[in-house]
Design a protein around this ligand. Structure first.
Ligand code: NI
Length: 399
C-alpha cells in the first residue's frame, strides 16, 4: 500500500501558479454568488463555466440539462474531482455587495466556492500542462443538484462521468474550521438519512369492543416503540442507527377506534453497510410488529443517500497536498456530520475522499451552512485550489 502521509515538500507547487488567476476567480465566485440557481436549473452557471473553460482552450462536455465535465491534461485519467454547483431556496441576509440578485435563492451552502475551486483547478492544471505536459488526465465534474433527493450525482454517473476514473475527490465548505486549514477524516464523514411514512387502516369501532375490530391506535403505538427497539438489537450499535418519529396522528374521539392512522419519521445511520441492512430490516420489522393487530400497513420508505466514506489512500493524498501547499498545521481532524451528501454515490464503486474546507475567519463571526447569513472567508478559495490541484498532481505522479 502506498504511503503518502510521510511526504512533504518544502515549497508549494501550485501556489505560485495561482497568483495571476486568483483575482479573476474571486470575481467569478462573486458573480455566481449574485446569480444563484436552484437544483437542475443551473443554466447560467453551466454556461459561464463552459465559456471560461473554452476560452482557455479546454473542451468541456455538457451534461443533460445542466452540469458539465472537463478533462485536463492527456493520457490515462489519474483522478476525478467533483464540485457541486447548485444553490438553496433560502433568502440571503448577508448584506454583501454581491448578494443574491435572485430573490429567495442563495448560495448558503458554499457551492459557489466549490464550483469556482474546480474552475481554478482546471485552469491551473491546464496552464501547467501547456508549459510541460502533465503526463495524465484530471477529470473535473461540475455536478448539478446536490441539494435535492436523490440528487444529481446519480444522473451524472448514468451519463458516464466515471468511465475510466480510478478515484475521485471533492470538498465542502466548513464554517467551523479556520480559513487556511482543511478538515479530513478516514471512514465515514457524512451520514445516511431515510424518510419513513406509515399509514395504517382498519375498520374502526367502539373502544369498548377492540376485539371486534383492529385497534389501530394501539398498533401505531407498538410500531412507534418497538421498531426502534428491534433495530437497536439487530444492527451493530456502533453504526449509530437511529429511528426517530416526527409525526403521529390518528382518531377524533376518546371512545372511537379510528379507521386510519399515520406516522412518519427518519432513520439515520453512520455506516454504509449498516444503512443498507437496516433499511431492508426496517420494512420487515414494521410489518411484523403491526401483524398481530390485523391492520393494513402501507409503508413508504424513501432511501436517502449513504454516508460518504473516505478511503485511507485518497485522504492521505489530500492531507499531504495540504501540508505541502499550506503548511504543517493545515490539516485538522473533522467529526462525522449527521448530514447527508450525494458525493456518496460516486464512492459506491470507487475509492475517494471529501475534504472540509475551512471558511471561518479566526476571531470573526460564527456562521452555519444553510442559513441566509452564511458568509465565507474568501481566502479559502485560493487555498482550496492549491490543495486539490496539488492532490491531483500527486495522483498523476503515481500513475
Ligand atoms: Ni452543500
Amino acid at each position: 500500500m502506498r504511503n503518502f502521509t510521510t511526504e512533504t515538500e518544502p515549497t508549494p507547487v501550485v501556489g505560485p501558479w495561482l497568483e495571476d488567476l486568483l483575482p479573476e476567480l474571486i470575481e467569478f465566485r462573486r458573480d455566481l454568488h449574485a446569480h444563484p440557481e436552484l437544483s437542475f436549473k443551473e443554466f447560467r452557471t453551466t454556461d459561464k463555466l463552459v465559456e471560461r473553460l473554452e476560452a482557455a482552450g479546454l473542451k468541456p462536455r455538457r451534461l443533460e440539462g445542466t452540469g458539465l465535465t472537463v478533462d485536463v491534461g492527456e493520457g490515462p485519467i489519474a483522478t476525478a474531482l467533483r464540485g457541486d454547483i447548485d444553490a438553496l431556496p433560502i433568502i440571503e441576509e448577508t448584506g454583501l455587495p454581491f448578494a443574491s440578485k435572485n430573490h429567495g435563492v442563495t448560495h448558503a451552502c458554499g457551492h459557489d466556492v466549490h464550483t469556482t475551486t474546480m474552475l481554478g483547478v482546471a485552469l491551473v492544471l491546464h496552464n501547467m500542462h501547456l508549459i510541460s505536459p502533465l503526463g495524465g488526465t484530471v477529470r473535473i465534474i461540475f455536478q448539478p443538484a446536490e441539494e435535492t433527493m436523490p440528487g444529481g450525482a446519480l444522473s451524472c454517473i448514468e451519463q458516464g462521468v466515471l468511465d475510466g476514473v480510478p478515484r475521485i475527490m471533492a470538498l465542502h465548505c466548513d464554517p467551523r474550521i479556520n480559513v487556511g486549514q482543511i478538515g479530513t477524516r478516514i471512514g465515514a464523514i457524512t451520514s445516511a438519512s431515510d424518510t419513513i411514512k406509515i399509514e395504517l387502516t382498519g375498520r374502526g369501532g367502539h373502544t369498548s369492543r377492540p376485539h371486534l375490530t383492529e385497534d389501530l391506535v394501539f398498533a401505531l403505538s407498538q410500531i412507534a416503540v418497538n421498531v426502534p427497539a428491534v433495530l437497536s438489537r439487530r444492527v451493530d450499535v456502533r453504526s449509530g442507527v437511529s429511528v426517530v418519529w416526527g409525526q403521529i396522528a390518528a382518531g377524533s374521539a376518546p371512545n372511537a377506534i379510528p379507521a386510519t392512522g399515520y406516522m412518519a419519521g427518519t432513520m439515520r445511520c453512520l455506516d454504509r453497510d449498516a444503512w443498507h441492512d437496516a433499511g431492508e430490516l426496517l420494512d420487515d420489522v414494521v410489518r411484523q410488529v403491526a401483524a398481530p393487530y390485523g391492520v393494513d400497513v402501507h409503508l413508504e420508505h424513501t432511501r436517502g443517500v449513504p454516508p460518504v466514506v473516505n478511503s485511507e489512500d485518497e485522504t492521505a493524498i489530500i492531507e499531504a497536498a495540504a501540508r505541502a501547499e499550506l503548511g504543517e498545521h493545515a490539516v485538522v481532524l473533522t467529526p462525522q456530520s449527521m448530514g447527508g451528501e450525494d458525493f456518496a454515490w460516486f464512492l459506491a464503486d470507487l475509492p475517494g475522499a471529501m475534504m472540509r474546507l475551512g471558511t471561518h475567519t479566526p476571531g470573526g463571526e460564527e456562521y452555519d451552512l444553510h442559513r441566509g447569513d452564511f458568509i465565507v472567508d474568501e481566502r479559502a478559495l485560493g487555498y482550496a485550489v492549491q490543495v486539490l490541484a496539488a492532490a491531483a498532481l500527486r495522483t498523476i505522479r503515481d500513475l
